[in-house]
Design a protein around this ligand. Structure first.
Ligand code: BES
Ligand code: ZN
Ligand code: ZN
Length: 488
């Protein structure tokens, strides 16, 4: 799927079909030419409502001018035209406060909405759009130029295509993607972009004294890897570490998951996949920040040498952890990976992304990322970035009582809380134990357990991996470090 803009009026653009947005159910608008037909069809222009008029070569979609509604409406049009013969669609541009925002939304909606995971299908779907062309008309905004629009399309294309790459990685089954093969893929993708790569194997992890990470990985036939990718532009404005949970499979370990809960746990590598996507997109966008992506890759399995409830592990920072549940493994891998990131990178900001807890899904629902940390400023800027990016996010607040729930009788800390409530926050507070005092306000935790894997399609996300985390963090980096970022 390619999105372009032509320096022409809509009428003068050659295309097989036209996409028409019906804004706020306003069927009286001059763009709506087939009013009688639409009325006869009972089309009201409700959000996500589609009327496909092939003989008129028009497809109508209801939406508002909110940027995320535009993403969804574009995706609906693209999905309706799947398996059809139309190749090239044209679309007018809908001007609200900021045409650039809408141009980006159309681009992202088209590319994200077009996504399918067909690698393992013998029969691939045929047909569908190749290209959406936008028209350059009706711009009252003097600052708008075709060059600006093209740059916006380019940027949005990078972000959306990277999100689709992350979806592909997460959707790939665990018999193909395990720590070694993930590390190989990351190395290959990074090398193509000129990003530095360092891969630590189990010996290196031992040398780094990562006792928690190693314990999780021990029962698997597939040994663990830690991948450290670095993007170092000249004169960076800041140094950022992105640490991703990369459980290529989470069976629960000896605290084995029931079968129904184990299915989809190939998606437990979503955090590491997002971290990889973020550094690739940052490089392609030439963001003026040094980025380190640290992927903690392991498989949580059962076996005679598996780590056990009652084991006491020693993490890289020397803290001892009493294991009470081997299914709370992500935090053990992250504990050591966060220590590693702080020691090796000395970052100005450290963001971890993880499908960490089912409790986060209970708290916020399947669509929303949980944002946790000690710095209000950092949380607020991330929530703002989420709004602009189209990803949903909400804060889960720390308080003075919750940390006590992690107390251990025999070790420094337990890997699970003694309460059945507030599990997303206590998991984050566990991670906080591995953040050095001087770094507390530099750290932010994103729990993507809800949105990372889609069980029932929503918005522009089909079944399967959504690529959660990529768009919000890229937007955060742009809003914080790219100065002429006047568009929300
Ligand atoms: N990977 C899971 C969390 C998860 C659950 C992600 C559902 C996506 C969807 C994590 O490792 C886990 O199993 N967490 C446990 C923690 C519990 C044992 C304290 C959970 O959430 O039940
Ligand atoms: Zn688990
Ligand atoms: Zn897990």
């Amino acid at each position: 799927m390619k999105v372009t803009i032509e320096n022409k009026n809509l009428h003068d653009i050659q295309a097989d079909i036209e996409i028409v947005f019906v804004i706020d159910k306003n069927l009286e608008h001059k763009w709506v030419q087939d009013r009688d037909t639409l009325e006869a069809l009972g089309f009201k222009g409700e959000k996500e409502e589609v009327a496909f008029l092939p003989e008129k070569r028009r497809i109508y979609v209801g939406t508002s001018l909110d940027h995320d509604e535009i993403r969804i409406a574009t995706a609906k049009a693209v999905q309706t035209l799947k398996n059809k013969k139309f190749k090239r669609a044209k679309i007018g541009v809908y001007i609200q406060n900021c045409p650039i925002t809408n141009i980006k939304a159309v681009t992202e909606g088209a590319i994200l909405g077009d996504y399918e995971f067909t690698k393992f299908k013998s029969k691939k779907s045929e047909g569908g759009l190749d290209e959406i062309v936008m028209a350059n008309e009706e711009y009252a905004d003097k600052s708008f130029t075709i060059q600006n629009a093209q740059k916006a399309i380019e940027e949005a294309t990078i972000v959306a295509e990277t999100t689709n790459l992350v979806r592909d990685i997460v959707n790939t089954p665990p018999n193909e993607i395990y720590p070694e093969s993930f590390a190989k893929l990351a190395t290959q993708l990074a090398s193509e972009e000129g990003i530095e790569v360092q891969v630590l194997d189990e010996k290196d992890l031992e040398n780094e004294k990562m006792g928690a990470f190693l314990a999780v990985a021990r029962a698997s036939a597939n040994p663990p890897r830690l991948v450290h990718l670095s993007y170092k532009p000249q004169n960076p404005k800041a140094k950022i570490a992105i640490v991703g949970k990369g459980l290529t499979y989470d069976s629960g370990g000896l605290s084995l998951k029931p079968s129904d809960y184990m299915v989809t746990m190939k998606s437990d590598k979503s955090g590491a996949s997002a971290a990889l996507g973020i550094i690739l997109a940052a490089k392609k966008l030439e963001l003026p920040v040094e980025i380190h992506a640290i992927l903690g890759l392991a498989e949580n399995m059962v076996g005679g040498n598996a780590y056990k409830p009652d084991d006491i592990l020693t993490a890289k920072n020397g803290k001892t952890i009493e294991v009470k549940n081997t299914d709370a493994e992500g935090r053990l891998v992250l504990a050591d990976s966060l220590c590693y990131a702080q020691e090796k990178v000395e970052p100005d900001y450290i963001i971890d992304i993880a499908t960490l807890t089912g409790a986060c899904v209970v708290a916020l629902g399947e669509y929303t990322t949980g944002v946790m940390g000690h710095s209000d400023e950092l949380k607020e800027t991330m929530l703002k970035a989420a709004k602009s990016s189209g990803e949903l996010a909400a804060e889960l607040p720390f308080n003075r009582y919750l940390p006590k729930l992690l107390k251990s009788e025999d070790a420094d800390i337990c890997n699970i809380s003694s309460s059945r409530y507030g599990g997303a926050i206590t998991a984050a507070l566990f991670l906080s134990e591995f953040i050095e005092e001087k770094n507390k306000d530099k750290w932010l935790h994103l729990d993507i357990a809800g949105p990372a894997y889609v069980q029932k399609a929503w918005g522009y996300n089909p079944y399967g991996a959504s690529g959660a985390g990529v768009r919000v963090v890229i937007k955060w980096l742009q809003q914080k470090f790219v100065f002429n970022q006047k568009h929300p």
